[in-house]
Structures are given as structure tokens and as C-alpha cells.
Design a protein around this ligand. Sequence first.
Ligand code: G6P
Length: 367
Amino acid sequence: EEAEKGGFPHFMLKEIHQQPHAIADTFAGRLAAGTLQQELGIGTDEARAIRRIDMIACGTSWHSALIGRRLFEEFAGIPASAEIASEYRYRPRPTEEGTYALAITQSGETADTIAALRATREAGARTGAICNVVGSTVAREADGVLYTRAGPEISVASTKAFTTQVTALLLMALTLGRLRGRLDPARAGQLSEALVKAPEKIAGLLGRMAAPLQALAREKANSNDFLYLGRGYGYPLALEGALKLKEISYIHAEGYPSGELKHGPIALISKGLPVVAIAPNDSLRDKVLSNLEEVKARDGTVIAVGTEGDADLASLADHAVWIPPVEPAIVPLYASLPLQLFAYFMAVERGCDVDQPRNLAKSVTVE
Ligand code: G6P
């Protein structure tokens, strides 16, 4: 097992560091027109006939679905929903012509996801899957599958599966956007280029961030509550950051869309409460910053993930990690890294079993 960890103390840390390669593998050979359609088995007319996309997933994969929702709506103009499989499978819903059901699952064996996918098939939806494990149940049962090619993920807490799912979703959204005439080739080219540049930049970022995040974890190791806030693409990241912390360090953490702060979580803020804010330089950044002013006014401690050079955020934040300026849609590939690393170092500081957290399973094959 030590050899399999490739010199890292835990699989989770190894898998965090594999992300630049894993992301590159996910988009390799898939940016050219037509390739993705072929893999998914969707003809051009079928792609144009999609009226809505229902994504079905659990856990971290559901957070990818939330990002996918925005990607499909923004770049392909297709109404999309991110459905929690255990809810969706029992929800009475009218079948709608043109529904494309997309299961997102690392293992392809999550019982709720399998059942929800079967239910949508029976209701007449065309189905697809974004999946990591080749030949898994979901991969076999869906009409088409886009493999994430992340390689085996051993750590229970998902890291590279998440960023490769997001990559696959972006590829799908760009493809559908082009086919449906929603995305002009120049804009699609810009986004593809930003994606192609990501692995190298992410590798650099991982190198730079590890030591400061470890130091921060040392400082915060005794905090028992965390709030994570984000908006737009940052909202699913807030959920994912909070989930990572819960899963492996057993610290209570809530992820919220920051616009909801005023509807409840603001009551939780008291002196020193750590608030992790995903506040990259996108169209919603000003709104997140005004939420952070509310946090500071109540003496909360702001830990920010922002864009390099953001002086306003730097002056608001007690601690900050900086990502390079990138396309908002690509930000999740960058901003998820400090959240993963922070959760990892917190778990290590607290002496938790990082790769095998209590009560959790890598793949939940029973209902
Ligand atoms: C379990 C794992 C999570 C994972 C979820 C969905 O809860 O601990 O890390 O996100 O299942 O798994 P899937 O294989 O369907 O992506």
C-alpha cells in the first residue's frame, strides 16, 4: 500500500496532486468537433432536440451536477437541473419530451443513482453518464458514457473525480453550445484554450498553496464550526468545501449560497467563527464581498479564496489564498484545490483517518 501511495502519506494527498494530469486526460482528444458526440452516441439532430437536462447524482458528484447546471444553461442554453438521486427516484414528475437524463457518478455503482437512472429510462428519457469506472453498472446501462479517465480513486473523500467530472461537464456544455448555435466558435475556442492551460497552472498552484494552507490548518485545528459561502460557480464549491471538511475532519461545516446569508446563517456568526468564502473575480464578486463585510461586522474570521490582485478582498480577509485570473466557468478547477487541501490538513492536524473516515464508504451500493 505504501508503494501505491507514490511517496505521499495518504491516498487523498496523492489524488489531489494527480489532478493536473487527470484533468488533462479528461479533455485529451475531446476538443475536436464530433468526438464527444460520438462517445455519447448523440447525433446532431438529437443534440438539438434536447429540451432539458436532468443530472442525477449523490454526494460530491451532485456538487459537480450543480456546476454542470450552470454550464449547460450558460453555454448551451439548455434548462438543466441537478437532482439528488435519492430524491429524484421517488419524485412523481411529469415526463417531458426531449429530456436528457445524465447520471454523474465516480463509481457507477451508487444504488440511488442507478435506480434514478433506470426510472428516467423507463419514463422515456434518453440517458447518458459521466463516470470514472469503466464497465460499471451506470456506464453499461446508460445510452452513452463519457469516462472521466481520472484513474482509480482510493481515498473515500473524492477529489480528482470531482474536478474531472467538472471538466467533462464543461466539454459537454461546449459541444452542445456549438451544435445548437448558442456558442460562437471564437468564444468556444477561448474557453477550450482556458481549459487546456489549466493543468499546468493548477500544478503550480498546488505547489504554492500547500505550505500556507497547512499553517492555516494548524491555527484552525480546534475550531468546531465552519461556514462556507460562495455564489454562482462558487456556490457548489462552498458545498463541496464544507463536505470535504465534514467527511474527513468531522468538523461541523455548512455550505451556503452567500446570498442566503441574511436568511439564516448570519445568526450563527459570532466572534472568530471561520467563514470560508469563495470570491473569485467574476460578475458576483462584489455581492460576495458585501456579504463578507457583514461577516466582519460581526467579528467573524474570513478565509478567502480570491483572484490574485484583489486588494479589496485582501483587506477584508483575515487569511487568503489566491488563484490566477481565469474564466469564471473554469474557476471550479482552481478554487476546489485549496478547499481540498485545507480539509486534508485539518484532518491530519486532528489525527483523523484521512483515507478511511468513520462511517463512510467509497461507494454506497445499498439504498
Ligand atoms: C459516497 C462517497 C462520496 C461520493 C458519493 C457518490 O458517499 O463517499 O465521495 O461522492 O458516494 O459516489 P459516486 O461514485 O456515485 O460518485
